[in-house]
Ligand binder design. Structure first.
Ligand SMILES: [Zn+2]
Length: 159
């Protein structure tokens, strides 16, 4: 746990399901399911049994990965034109997708992609991707310069 500028104490979820919240005053800790915190959004208020109150925030480990079926586009590095993709696999740090048409993407290339999460808010995520593998229509890569924290995506990737 570590204090941040906002004053909120950030806690990490190792398994994407539970979070252990420790009081910074008395060190009493308790475990809560992330599901139970979902409605609170990025920051939530904790009142400890010792009376201490503080703001807390959940951060997800980057390896959380999910099989998905999401619409998106990549921008062809040659033409700049958006080309449709289906995102098949997603994490905070990378993605695997299939293009609908043959492509010229190769390992090492950087491309701009965007995709829309199928949640009620339907947020669109824009990322720069460094391609690590291209096999047929399937392309894998890791995000470059992605925001360190993305609550939309973090909650979306919860098991
Ligand atoms: Zn306490």
């Amino acid at each position: 746990m570590q204090p941040k500028d906002s004053g909120a104490v950030v806690f990490h979820s190792e398994d994407g399901q539970n979070i252990t919240i420790q009081c910074r005053h008395c060190r009493y800790s308790r475990t809560a399911s992330i599901e139970s915190l979902r409605d609170f959004g990025r920051f939530f208020k904790v009142t400890c049994r010792c009376g201490e109150r503080f703001m807390a925030s959940v951060e997800f480990r980057r390896h959380l990965r999910k099989r998905v079926d999401l619409d998106g586009v990549y921008h062809d590095p040659g033409t700049g034109e958006p080309e449709d993709i289906v995102v098949e696999d997603l994490s905070l740090s990378g993605i695997r997708f299939a293009t609908l048409r043959p492509h010229s993407l190769e390992s090492g290339m950087r491309v701009r992609i965007s995709f829309t999460l199928d949640t009620p808010k339907r947020p669109t995520k824009d990322r720069t991707l460094e391609v690590t593998k291209a096999e047929g229509l399937h392309v894998s890569g890791r995000f470059v310069g992605a925001p360190e924290r993305d609550p939309d995506l973090g909650f979306y990737l919860m098991p």
